[in-house]
Design a protein around this ligand. Structure first.
Ligand SMILES: Nc1ncnc2c1ncn2[C@@H]1O[C@H](COP(=O)(O)OP(=O)(O)OP(=O)(O)O)[C@@H](O)[C@H]1O
Ligand SMILES: [Mg+2]
Length: 258
């Protein structure tokens, strides 16, 4: 890929007191690329994701991002307005628990429309139409537009959270175990849907998962973490078919089929 990376992270470290969250991690992500972060529980996946997404202050390190105007900026130096623009428009963040990423007391339509209003859309009819369109894209019947997320199943809530995130045409979406809390059959459908959307929209995504099958299906590249450090990185197929680090070999061997 010839273009400069969309996001570059250099030597990110996050400690919680004496506890290491993640240590000295550097990575790039290019436009349209899906990166999976895998590793056992406590390996630092969520910590790293939250540092990259500027949701958690880093102890050390630097994240830079190529803005829509083509300039690459150190995220620590953004103005509050630029930061809001990223969070509300150019980035999405999909939480494992949909309740953390939705407003549970307002309708499905309002959950989607709110992101549009936040970027200045004021035309009610158009907002509703766009919300309707996005509900159907995530396979939620349009007649449910005025229902609250509390009336939805877990899978529907997760799909609503995805619609809410994608409606502003983000270029980069962060996801923390997006299929984590769901039944296996619901997971499979959601993964198919996500894969389709990521392809159609040429989204870049950073997906945290402990499930190698999710990494296989969604990602181009992956990094494997253990104890807060990256122990292996490479193209997803290479890492899964020919793991080099003994820990990755163990991880892959412990799954029957990925
Ligand atoms: N708020 C916190 N305060 C103290 N330590 C924390 C905090 N959050 C995370 N940690 C520690 O940092 C390390 C990495 O945790 P993190 O949540 O990033 O792991 P993870 O890979 O996302 O795990 P899981 O798969 O269980 O979600 C762990 O040792 C954890 O105990
Ligand atoms: Mg986590």
């Amino acid at each position: 890929m010839s273009e400069a990376p969309l996001l570059n992270a250099t030597a990110i470290t996050k400690t919680y007191g004496s506890q290491i969250g993640c240590e000295n991690i550097s990575l790039d992500i290019h436009e349209g690329e899906v990166l999976a972060i895998v590793g056992e529980s406590g390996s630092g996946k969520t910590t790293l994701l939250n540092c990259l997404a500027q949701r958690l202050p880093m102890t050390a390190g630097r994240v830079s991002y190529r803005m829509r105007d083509g300039t690459t900026r150190d995220l620590a130096g953004l103005t509050e307005a630029e930061r809001r623009f990223l969070m509300r428009t150019d980035w999405g963040f999909v939480h494992q628990n949909p309740a953390d990423g939705l407003r549970i007391r307002v309708s499905a339509g309002a959950n989607i429309g709110e992101r549009l209003m936040a970027i200045g859309d004021r035309h009610y009819g158009q907002i509703r139409e766009t919300a309707h369109d996005w509900l159907s894209r995530v396979e939620i019947p349009g007649v449910r537009i005025d229902d609250r997320p509390t009336a939805f199943s877990g899978g529907m809530r997760q799909r609503l959270q995805i619609a809410r995130n994608l409606v502003t045409n983000p270029r980069l979406v962060f996801m923390d175990e997006p299929t984590g809390g769901l039944d296996v059959s619901v997971q499979a459908r959601l993964l198919d849907l996500l894969r389709g959307l990521v392809d159609q929209l040429a989204l870049a995504a950073i997906v945290v998962t402990h499930d190698l099958a999710v990494a296989r299906l969604l990602s181009h590249r992956m990094i494997v973490m253990k104890g807060g450090r990256v122990i292996e990185t490479g193209l997803t197929d290479r890492v899964l078919d020919d793991p080099r680090h003994p820990y990755t070999q163990l991880l892959v061997a412990s799954i029957l089929e990925v």
